[in-house]
Design a protein around this ligand. Structure first.
Ligand code: SF4
Ligand code: SF4
Length: 156
């Protein structure tokens, strides 16, 4: 029996800090939204994502090109843990880590529930095919001129 076939499944049975490394990693739905270049509005504190993506992000697959060694290429890539998720308020509301932390469970389109990695893209919550690399910008600040794509936040 796979982890996902257990009843209740691990994401309902365990707290985030009780999960194995494999379970933790499998929670990522592959939406790619945390790989977008973001700005913080100095006045409001609001974090505004853009359509520019991290140089290691592959727009076609919606995945990091070198996830295991990403810190070597992008030192400020944030490693999510059960202990920092609360502070990362800019994570999208659809993010599985944020959802579970807030007690909202996994949505019906989550790949762990569908068994299909493409279900996140069909649900309209991912950035696949909607970004360009930050390397195409002359200055990183220019990213602010490229608003993030319209994505669904409340699809269950
Ligand atoms: S926002 Fe969350 S679910 Fe989406 S890619 Fe990032 S960590 Fe994974
Ligand atoms: S290094 Fe990889 S995981 Fe980190 S932001 Fe860039 S593309 Fe995303």
């Amino acid at each position: 029996m796979s982890d996902a076939e257990q009843d209740p499944p691990f994401w309902d049975a365990k707290r985030l800090d009780q999960m194995s490394a494999k379970e933790w990693e499998s929670l990522c739905d592959g939406c790619g939204r945390c790989c977008l270049v973001r700005f913080e509005d100095e006045d409001t504190g609001e974090v505004i994502p853009t359509r520019a993506a991290c140089r290691l992000f592959d727009d076609a697959t919606c995945r990091c090109r070198d996830y295991a060694r990403r810190k070597r290429h992008v030192p400020d890539c944030i490693k999510l843990t059960p202990w920092n998720i609360e502070a990362l308020t800019w994570m999208p509301p659809t993010c599985a880590y944020r959802r579970l932390h807030e007690g909202r469970g996994l949505p019906s389109w989550h790949p762990l529930r569908t068994g299909d990695p493409d279900s996140v893209h069909r649900a309209g919550v991912s950035v696949r095919g909607k970004t360009f690399s930050e390397d195409e910008l002359e200055e990183i600040e220019d990213a602010i001129d490229h608003p993030a794509p319209e994505l669904l936040d409340d699809v269950e």
